[in-house]
Design a protein around this ligand. Structure first.
Ligand code: A3P
Length: 272
């Protein structure tokens, strides 16, 4: 059992901690946890359990590369180490810092419809605030200010994929960045994972038998190493029903940005 094996404190013979050869750079709420957990099914992949925030948080970055490596799981020489920190995608410093570490690294970016991502981002913050007994606001009251779209809202800014992608393409070539369609990963995970296997030059090992649809959760769950598990309850939460006029405003705001993004990456997505 891979997970038990790697969570052990002692170093299994023949293994070491390695700097990631692949990083899931985001986007926040794109489905980054699902992607990481599903890739972890692969025998040639080991994943860092927690979000490391090495390249986006200065207080971690100054600790240096040995600190970063120390947070990685033990791996064999034929295994790829992956960490995911969704904040990297929108971080101004992350592209250059990652490039300084390894200019030929392969990056994974999982994106979903930008409006849906805003609502998911809002929903996460909403639940966090409820849990810590802080006041909450209606989605519409945050997104609309004085009758107009509040484009300063952080969650909207994070969904401007063209703006963020431009910074990455200053440091990396397009063929180093594989974009996973987060909307497809929800509906039908296997084909998206097979594309990632090809991108990482790994043999095809993830199978349809590794997934089963859980009616109660409303999402695919994972079957691997004789265990069945769904993602944490914070993944796949119901979203608030958003006023149609507000939705339309968001769709039209993102339209130009999406078109620009499609041109940038030579690929279209099925977004509003
Ligand atoms: P919602 O909770 O808004 O539905 P991240 O891990 O980057 O925070 O992304 C969370 C999102 O992953 C969830 O957003 C959910 O839609 C998506 N997701 C994709 N596949 C999933 C799965 N199999 N189980 C649960 N959530 C999944």
């Amino acid at each position: 059992n891979k997970s038990e094996h790697y969570s052990a404190q002692v170093r299994p013979p023949g293994t070491s901690r390695r700097i990631p050869q692949t990083i899931i750079i985001g986007v926040r709420k794109g489905g980054t946890r699902a992607l990481l957990e599903m890739l972890d099914i692969h025998p040639n992949i080991v994943v860092a359990a927690t979000e490391v925030h090495f390249f986006d948080w200065d207080e971690n970055y100054v600790k240096g590369i040995d600190w970063y490596r120390s947070l990685m799981p033990f791996s064999y020489g034929n295994q790829i180490t992956i960490e995911k920190t969704p904040g990297y995608f929108t971080s101004p410093q992350a592209p250059e810092r990652i490039h300084d570490m390894n200019s030929s690294i392969k990056l994974l970016l999982i994106l979903r419809d930008p409006t849906e991502r805003v609502i998911s981002d809002y929903t996460q913050v909403y639940y966090n605030r409820v849990e810590s007994h802080k006041p909450v606001q209606l989605f519409e009251d945050i997104v609309i200010k004085n009758g107009a779209l509040n484009t300063k809202y952080k969650a909207i800014q994070r969904s401007l994929y063209d703006v963020h992608m431009e910074k990455w393409l200053k440091h990396f070539s397009l063929d180093q960045i594989h974009i996973v369609d987060g909307n497809t990963l929800i509906k039908d995970p296997l084909p998206e994972l097979q594309k990632v296997e090809r991108f990482l030059n790994l043999p095809s090992r993830i199978m349809s038998s590794n997934f089963y649809f859980n009616q109660t959760k409303g999402f695919y769950c994972i079957r691997s190493d004789g265990r069945e598990r769904c993602l944490h309850e914070s993944k796949g939460r119901p979203h608030p029903l958003v006023n149609n006029t507000v939705l339309e405003q968001l769709y039209s705001y993102f339209k130009e940005h999406n078109a620009k993004f499609y041109r940038m990456v030579n690929h279209s997505f099925d977004w509003h």
